[in-house]
Design a protein around this ligand. Structure first.
Ligand code: MN
Length: 234
């Protein structure tokens, strides 16, 4: 039976004469999960108290990209370089994470999803990569997002090392980065400048990466394998 994969949705406006609000997710996530043998189910941003029933309906949870996480959640004041936040999304997704753990459902985090997981378990973020310090690597790439532009080193014996080589290339579209890694999590992918590009929980089925395999999966079989691993193995 195909596992049901809940995708935490996002919201945006669309203007065609009038302006409408859309609850949505990227089709790239939908197709990545479908091609991995899963049934995607979009979970629109909602009330935290409804997270329990949503999680009961799914087998695994995917947290995608988008807004910056509210820095208040990791004990920082908003920095001038902080970009858009969505407190309702933060609150709902944090409750989804909490319920997924309570109900033993695996979680895969991508970009913001990784950052939120890190915060949920007690880690922190740099509100902008410039606050990490000097780097010679471009983490907001301007070339096409299907292009894998910078290297990451994959940690031996990690979940990622079961199907990715030690030296691997990823696309990059993030202006924030992990500062302190959450307790009981391990860094499993790191760029040559030291920026953290992947983490996993030591004793829970949680895998999270900073890059965007949903945008490279048509160009790179190993990127689609991230979805296959999540849907079939995690
Ligand atoms: Mn990067």
């Amino acid at each position: 039976m195909k596992p049901i994969i809940g995708i935490a949705g996002n919201e945006r406006t669309m203007t065609t004469g009038e302006t409408f609000w859309l609850s949505y997710t990227s089709r790239n996530f939908v197709e990545g999960i479908q091609d991995a043998g899963g049934l995607p189910l979009v979970l629109p941003i909602g009330q935290p108290e409804d997270a329990k029933r949503y999680i009961q309906r799914i087998d695994k949870l995917l947290l995608g990209g988008g807004h910056d996480v509210n820095p208040k959640l990791y004990g920082q004041e908003p920095h001038p370089y902080l970009e858009e936040i969505n407190e309702k999304r933060d609150a709902f997704e944090l409750k989804l994470i909490d319920e997924a753990i309570k109900q033993g459902k695996p979680i895969f985090g991508i970009c913001r999803g990784m950052q939120l997981i890190n915060v949920a378990f007690g880690g922190s973020l740099h509100q902008d990569i410039s606050l990490f310090g000097p780097t010679s690597i471009k983490h907001v790439q301007e070339s096409e997002m299907t292009k894998q532009t910078h290297l990451v080193r994959i940690k031996a014996n990690s979940r990622l090392a079961t199907f990715l080589p030690e030296d691997y290339s990823v696309n990059s579209y993030h202006h924030q980065t992990i500062k302190n890694v959450a307790p009981n999590f391990t860094v499993i992918a790191q760029a040559p400048d030291g920026i953290i590009e992947g983490i996993e929980a030591n004793n829970l089925p949680i895998l999270a990466i900073q890059w965007h395999p949903e945008l490279t999966r048509n160009a790179s079989a190993t990127e689609q394998q991230l979805f296959t691993y999540f849907v079939q193995e995690l």
